[in-house]
Each structure stands twice: as C-alpha cells, then as structure tokens.
Design a protein around this ligand. Structure first.
Ligand SMILES: CC(C)(COP(=O)(O)OP(=O)(O)OC[C@H]1O[C@@H](n2cnc3c(N)ncnc32)[C@H](O)[C@@H]1OP(=O)(O)O)[C@@H](O)C(=O)NCCC(=O)NCCS
Length: 164
C-alpha cells in the first residue's frame, strides 16, 4: 500500500513496499555511501526471501519515480533487524530516513515483534542521531568492525528498540 507524505521542505513523497523490481535502483543508491556496496543480485536474493521486507521512498510526480531512499529489514523469530537504510544525498535532512524507519517500526508492531536491532558505525553521526531519536539504545559494541578510507578501522554499535 502506498503511503504519501509531505517532507519538511514540503516536497511530495510516497513510501511503497520494496520489491525485486527495485533491486538495481537501490543497489545504485547503496553505492553512494557504503564501502562495500551490495550488488543488484544480492538485493534481489534478499528481497526474494519471505523474512525480508522493506520500503522505497519516491518523489511523487517525477515520471518513473525511481527510489530516492530505501530501507531493508528482516523479521525472524519475533525480532526485527535493519539490514540497510540509505537516502540519496540530494534528498536528505527532510524526514525521509525517519519515515522509512517509522514504516519498519509500524510493520513490526503489526507483526507483534518484540524488538528491532541494528548495527551502526560509531562514527556515523547522522544515523546515530536518527536512531537515538527513534528510541534505539546501545546494547553492544563490536570493535574494529568497519574499515573506511576516511576513518580506518571503526567500531560497530549494536542498538535495540523495544517494540512492546
Ligand atoms: C542516515 C540517513 C539514512 C538519514 O536520512 P535522512 O533522510 O537525511 O534523515 P532525516 O531527514 O529523516 O533525519 C531525521 C533526524 O535524524 C537526525 N539527523 C539526520 N541527519 C543528520 C546529520 N547529518 N547530522 C545530525 N543529525 C542528523 C536529525 O535529528 C534529523 O532531524 P532534524 O533534521 O529535524 O534535525 C542518511 O544520512 C544516509 O543515507 N546516510 C548514508 C547511509 C547510512 O549511513 N545509513 C545508515 C547505516 S547504519
């Protein structure tokens, strides 16, 4: 089901469930920000799994409307996990990341999941701030988990958001 919303800059967007047809588009969005981007095939394989779901954010009224942001999550044994989330640079800071994460939280509530987990680079201020504002708290740390040209080896924070 399509969920329309107005961004904080009053641009019109909509969220749709992510499908295998979006694999190539989300793979190219993923390339913008991740040191080891996932291929079209990796996204397609994930999206074919029953436990995996996600949402795409599209700007409304722009022809073919390719996704400008997306989130991919998994629900297994009553626990959700964010696999990845990204918003195109030119569409950031107007609430799309929040809307995408909120759609996952609402979906998991409806499925009566207990909690949502994620891992985030400890130097990723934008994502950390977003997650903390959404009610995630740190429950663990994996030292030297990521490696970037900019920061070298950095730790991953494991975060949890209770859903009940
Ligand atoms: C993290 C990310 C998805 C956020 O997307 P976004 O659409 O820009 O986020 P939103 O506009 O919904 O931001 C919601 C809140 O998060 C916080 N936030 C977002 N970006 C921020 C930044 N650069 N610095 C500080 N706080 C930030 C703010 O509190 C913001 O609210 P505000 O704009 O009213 O202050 C985006 O920055 C991104 O794609 N980053 C690269 C990929 C990535 O790091 N993914 C996460 C991997 S774990």
């Amino acid at each position: 089901m399509r969920i329309p919303f107005l961004s904080s800059r009053r641009r019109e967007y909509a969220l749709d469930p992510l499908t295998v047809a979006d694999a190539a588009a989300v793979s190219s969005l993923h390339q913008e920000d991740f040191v080891r981007p996932w291929t079209d095939g990796e996204f397609a394989t994930l999206l074919e799994q029953d436990t995996v779901f996600g949402f795409a954010a599209r700007e409304v009224g722009h022809g073919a409307e390719p996704p400008v942001g997306f989130v991919l999550a998994r629900l297994a044994a009553g626990e959700g996990e964010i696999l990845t989330v990204a918003v195109a640079r030119t569409h950031r800071r107007q609430g799309l990341g929040w809307q995408l994460m909120d759609a996952v939280l609402r979906n998991l509530h409806a499925e009566r999941a207990e909690a949502l987990f994620l891992e985030v680079d400890e130097t990723n201020l934008a994502a950390l701030t977003l997650y903390r504002r959404l009610g995630f708290r740190e429950v663990g740390k994996r030292p030297n988990y990521y490696r970037s040209p900019e920061h070298g080896p950095t730790g991953a924070l494991v975060m949890r958001r209770d859903l009940r």
